[in-house]
Write a protein that binds this ligand. Sequence first.
Ligand code: CMC
Length: 420
Amino acid sequence: MATAKLILEGKEHELPVYVGTENEVGIDITELRNKTGAITLDSGYANTGACFSNITYIDGEKGILRYRGYPVDQLAEHAKFTEVAHLLMYGELPSLQQLLKFREELTYHSMLHEDMNKFFEGFPRGAHPMAILSAMVASLSTYYPESDERRDMIRLLAKAKTIAAFAYKKSVGQPFMYPRNELSYCGNILHMMFGVPCEAYHVDPVLEDAMHVLLILHADHEQNCSTSTVRMVGSSGANLYASISAGICALWGPLHGGANQAVIEMLQQIHSDGGDVSKYVAMAKDKTSSFRLSGFGHRVYKNFDPRAKILRKTCDNVLARLGIHDPLLDIAKKLEEIALRDEYFIERKLYPNVDFYSGIIYKAMGIPADMFTVMFALGRLPGWIAHWKELREEKPRINRPRQIYRGENVREFVPIEKRG
Ligand code: CMC
């Protein structure tokens, strides 16, 4: 086994080195503190490997993303979301028989306990659906406390789309639509969101296909903020629902999954401000302004985001096939063109990410902006579940980072009457 040498205060320490399947190198510092008393500092964990994993491989320099070895573009082109969910959760693409069984299980578990419907009544009308999704996922544990992990994984995947659709129905004041067994996972999302009891709803195959592509492209992304949150919470022994509810909250932030909502709001703002794209590019470069181009940049991708490349094409197709002309798409393309030629963005390797085009597609489908991140969460579920399962199988140590303390040294307590 290769080793690395660390010299600290003149003393040499040998550290084991691990090499991954794709030749990624990790220096093992598990014993560092025991041996030296020192810790490592890595703000934002940009250089810290928190685990071994067999699920997803990313090469940010080359723009590669693979689930269990399969390139994401092949999966987006040929597979359906449930096949990819099976691949992530169980390690292999399903045989036809396995897929039918998996779909049957997902169908069987897709309704919510009727009592849960009462929770929706309690949320205010304008409640953000990410808050509802997170709260409802955590509360699933109160209905299924017996901890049958295999079934919990199926239940969660099956019920999350129903929760998401009910959250939307609540926001528009329409009756809940129950899932229909003959529809696909993605077809059911559309039916439960856009169907109404007074007329038959036909799932548009254009929208259904686009939904499969969107959810597949979001299905996993190795140790990102929300997945690391799921692992962090799971490492304490918390149940699946609690761990994933925490992941949903982490995803909500505008620097993570919340960026898709932020992108559409930014494009709308540029549009209503006269469409002057260069003004916003200049603002994004201005260090005295906190404005950033939402949907640009990525911690890992430093060449291009392969998901954004696929979504740009999907976006064109969906809008063309639905006969929609969206001026926001024109603004998005102009923004991309100007930013990609600009020295600031070139130097920092800032490219459009997955969230740049997904919002325009969701908007064309009739999905409101505050539901965009919920759609991202539905896509990411199989990934979160796969990581939680992988973590459980390893019998992990509780995640517990260290810190460098920079506060006061020890002080004597001062009674209140003597504090100036
Ligand atoms: N617009 C303008 N400048 C930017 C942007 C942006 N979108 N992103 C990064 N920069 C600049 C940043 O100011 C910094 O400049 P300098 O070196 O002069 O200080 C440099 O680029 C490096 O940025 P960073 O913040 O250190 O990079 P990071 O790896 O910590 O952050 C990021 C990655 C995705 C949070 C960031 O690029 C960002 O805020 N992007 C906008 C939000 C967004 O689109 N998020 C979705 C990410 S993809 C979906 C997902 O997987 O969550």
